[in-house]
Write a protein that binds this ligand. Structure first.
Ligand code: CP
Ligand code: NVA
Length: 306
C-alpha cells in the first residue's frame, strides 16, 4: 500500500473522510464503554513540536496509547532539529525508527519536505497554513450535534489563518459554505489556502453579515503562533471582529459556536458566548482524541471491515 500522509485536509477524499468520521464514532463509543481496542499494538508515533501545544500533544499521545501503541515527544529545543539538521535527513532517520510521524511546525513547506523523505505516514499537527486535524474534529462535532454539514453555512470571523484556510478546503470537499469576515488587510489568500475553486466561500466586510443565518459561528485567536511581533497592531485591527451575543443573535436560532482553543475571552470571543449554551468547545476539544485515533488507524491500516 502506498504511504498516505495527512498534510492538508484535501489529502483525503470525501469518501475517506466519511469513513474516518464513521470510525471515529465507533472508536469513541468503544472508549466510552471502557472497551479495550488495540489495533496499533507495537506501533510507534513520533510527535515533533516546533510550537507550543496542549490539546494536540495530549490527544495524539493519549490516542496512540489507547490504540495499543506508544508515542515519543520531540521538540526543537532539545533535539538536533533546533540545531540545523536538514529536515530531509531528520525525516530519513525518524521514519526508519517509527511507524508514523506527527509534526507541528511553521511553514507548510517544512512538513512537505519531511513527508517527501519519510518512509511512514506524516500528519500535520498545525502549520502556519493549515490545521487539518482540528477541522476533522470540528466537523465531527458538528455532525454529532446537527447531522450532515453538507449545504450548511459556517461563519468564520477574524483572521484568515491556518484554521480559516482549512475550513475553506473542507467546504470544497464536503460541499458546505463558509462566510468569511476578516479586517481589511487580513483577507483570504486563495492560493495560500490551496483551493480548487471559489464556489464555497463568500467574503463579507461586516462580520455581522457573515454571521447572519449561519449554522455554525467560529473564530480563533487574533494572533497565531509565529506572528507574535504583530500582536499590538492586530489587537487594534481586529477590535470589531469579536464574536459576541449580538452576533450569535443574528445567526440561525440553533447555531453552534466553536473555537479550536486556546481562547482569549474579551478578544476574539465574548465570555458569554464561549461559556454560553450554543458553545460546543469542550466536545470539540475532546473530539480531537477520537478523530485522530480514527485517522491514525486509517493511515496505518487502511479500510477495516465494519
Ligand atoms: N487547538 C489546538 O491545536 O490546541 P493546542 O495548541 O493546545 O494543541
Ligand atoms: N491559529 C492558531 C491555532 C492554535 C491552535 C495558531 O496557529 O496559533
Amino acid at each position: 500500500m502506498a504511504i498516505r500522509h495527512f498534510l492538508q485536509f484535501n489529502d483525503l477524499s470525501r469518501a475517506e473522510l466519511e469513513y474516518v468520521f464513521e470510525r471515529a464514532r465507533w472508536i469513541k463509543a468503544q472508549f466510552k464503554a471502557y472497551q479495550q481496542y488495540w489495533p496499533l499494538t507495537d506501533r510507534t508515533l513520533v510527535m515533533i513540536f516546533e510550537k507550543a501545544s496542549t490539546r494536540t500533544r495530549l490527544s495524539f499521545e493519549a490516542g496512540m496509547h489507547q490504540l495499543g501503541g506508544s508515542a515519543i515527544y520531540l521538540n526543537t529545543r532539545d533535539s538536533q532539529l533546533g540545531r540545523g539538521e536538514p529536515v530531509e535527513d531528520a525525516a530519513q532517520v525518524i521514519s526508519r525508527m517509527s511507524d508514523m510521524v506527527m509534526i507541528r511546525t511553521f511553514e507548510q513547506d517544512i512538513i512537505e519536505r519531511f513527508a517527501a523523505n519519510s518512509r511512514v505516514p506524516v500528519i500535520n499537527g498545525l502549520t502556519n497554513e493549515y490545521h487539518p486535524c482540528q477541522i476533522l474534529a470540528d466537523i465531527f462535532t458538528f455532525i454529532e450535534h446537527r447531522g450532515s454539514i453538507k449545504g450548511k453555512t459556517v461563519a468564520w470571523i477574524g483572521d484568515s489563518n491556518n484554521m480559516c484556510n482549512t475550513w475553506l478546503q473542507a467546504a470544497e470537499i464536503l460541499d458546505f459554505n463558509v462566510h468569511v469576515s476578516t479586517p481589511p488587510g487580513y483577507e483570504v489568500e486563495p492560493e495560500r489556502a490551496n483551493l480548487y475553486g471559489h464556489d464555497h466561500y463568500e467574503e463579507f466586510a461586516d462580520p455581522m453579515e457573515a454571521a447572519r443565518g449561519a449554522d455554525l459561528v467560529t473564530t480563533d485567536v487574533w494572533t497565531s503562533m509565529g506572528f507574535e511581533a504583530e500582536n499590538e497592531e492586530r489587537m487594534r485591527d481586529f477590535a470589531d471582529w469579536q464574536v459576541d451575543a449580538d452576533m450569535m443573535e443574528v445567526a440561525a436560532s440553533n447555531a453552534l459556536f466553536m473555537h479550536c482553543l486556546p481562547a482569549h475571552r474579551g478578544e476574539e470571543v465574548a465570555a458569554e458566548v464561549i461559556d454560553g449554551v450554543q458553545s460546543v468547545v469542550w466536545d470539540e476539544a475532546e473530539n480531537r482524541l477520537h478523530v485522530q485515533k480514527a485517522l491514525m488507524e486509517f493511515l496505518l491500516l487502511g479500510y477495516l471491515k465494519v
